[in-house]
Write a protein that binds this ligand. Structure first.
Ligand code: AMP
Length: 380
């Protein structure tokens, strides 16, 4: 199957080619024609499946088709759970849209930056990517009007509910015209989604992509057994001796993240942290620099890492283990996504061994252990 058979026109096909996407992913094969036909979508898919392009491409195609007859107002709303995902989705829209003859203005809005800054930029926006709380703020100042929305996308709907956005989502749904196309993506389809799914979707096309377990098979996992006081030197040794680039390091607290960055920098390794105590601008910049290889190491806490999408991320290091096996899989899933393979390394202290055993059991996969007692870490 090629993108040509999905109903996309030449300008979109060229924009896809520029991204070096050679063939559609399964979710794209199924979602693109259905969205172009005006159908509702119920999609079960993880980050990494290609779900973003699966709704962005047909939506941009619909804009191209109506280019002559359209007036400039807000037509598409994409609701997402986090700021990071908002920026990411908006970046994907911009990347494809800038290659098209019909210009479409899209914008991401999220909390943590002054409301005024976003209000002034909203003029003529046709596609808005928003987190629920900030969207309601903008609606209350009458900067956004949902009265003429034609397409609603709920991306990572399960995470939005997990983050407690149910009431906000319902308030937002009430402000939209009843007649519209609805696209819902979620990593799981458990009962907590039932209400929202049943009120939202009308005879949806159902798409289910199993991704995460396949991805795990692509990832080379290893565990380095180390004493707590040798953890920092071991991390620097691994990075330097192996000449690693683009390493996402996970820690469990903001303090450890900041301390680790200081230590790495002192040892000549370019590093930045991304966590909840950083300003939005600092987070965005850290992510950009990491994506463009200006920063070698990005140190992140779990929440800040949600939805980070970087093509071909080669290394994930668990400096500290997460509490739940699910989070472990989520973390290492940052690497080995889509078609690329990657490496996930965990630094395991004696106290972590029992917990790491549980993680491996839940994952259904044994991870190779490496004893580091004989490693000469003196100069690291
Ligand atoms: P997503 O699940 O939307 O976060 O996408 C995961 C990654 O796959 C992103 O880095 C995309 O750029 C990439 N991607 C999406 N569709 C394709 C495709 N058809 N071919 C190659 N890469 C793709």
């Amino acid at each position: 199957m090629s993108f040509k058979h999905l109903g996309l026109s030449e300008p979109l096909l060229k924009a896809i080619l520029a991204q070096e996407y050679t063939a559609p992913f399964p979710i794209q094969e199924q979602a693109i024609p259905a969205i172009l036909a005006g159908k509702d979508i119920q999609g079960i898919a993880q980050t990494g499946s290609g779900k973003t392009a699966s709704f962005v491409l047909p939506i941009l195609e619909l804009f191209q088709r109506k280019s002559n007859s359209r007036t400039l107002h807000l037509k598409v709303l994409v609701l997402v759970p986090t700021r990071e995902l908002a920026i990411q989705v908006s970046d994907v829209i911009s990347t494809f849209a800038e290659k098209l003859p019909t210009q479409v203005k899209n914008m991401a809005v999220f909390g943590g930056v002054p409301l005024n800054q976003q209000m002034v930029k909203l003029r003529n926006t046709e596609i808005l990517v928003a987190t629920p709380g900030r969207l309601l703020d903008l609606i209350s100042t009458q900067s956004v009007n949902l009265g003429r929305i034609e397409i609603l996308v709920l991306d990572e709907a399960d995470k939005m509910l997990d983050l407690g956005f149910e009431e906000e989502m319902n308030n937002i749904l009430r402000l939209m015209p009843a007649k519209r196309q609805n696209i819902l993506f979620s990593a799981t389809l458990d009962t907590k989604l039932d209400v929202i799914k049943n009120t939202l979707l009308c005879e949806p096309v159902k798409i289910e992509i199993e991704e995460e377990t396949h991805n795990i098979e692509l990832i080379k996992q290893s565990a380095y057994l180390v004493s707590p006081e040798r953890k920092g030197p071991l991390l620097r040794y691994l990075i330097k001796a192996r000449g690693m680039q683009q390493i996402l390091v996970f820690v469990s607290s903001v303090r450890t993240a900041d301390n680790l960055v200081v230590k790495l920098k002192k040892n000549g390794i370019n590093a930045a942290a991304i966590h909840s105590k950083k300003t939005q601008n600092a987070r965005t910049e850290a992510l950009r620099n990491f994506k463009t290889n200006k920063t070698t190491v990005l140190v992140a806490t779990d929440l800040a890492s949600r939805g980070i999408d970087i093509q071909f991320l080669p290394f994930v290091i668990n400096y500290e283990l997460p509490r739940s096996p699910k989070d472990y899989i989520h973390r290492i899933g940052r690497t080995g996504r889509a078609v690329s393979s990657g490496e996930a390394i965990s630094l395991i202290c004696p106290d972590d061994q029992h917990h790491f055993g549980i993680i491996q059991k839940k994952m259904g996969k044994k991870v190779e252990s490496i004893d580091t007692t004989d490693f000469d870490l003196g100069k690291y």
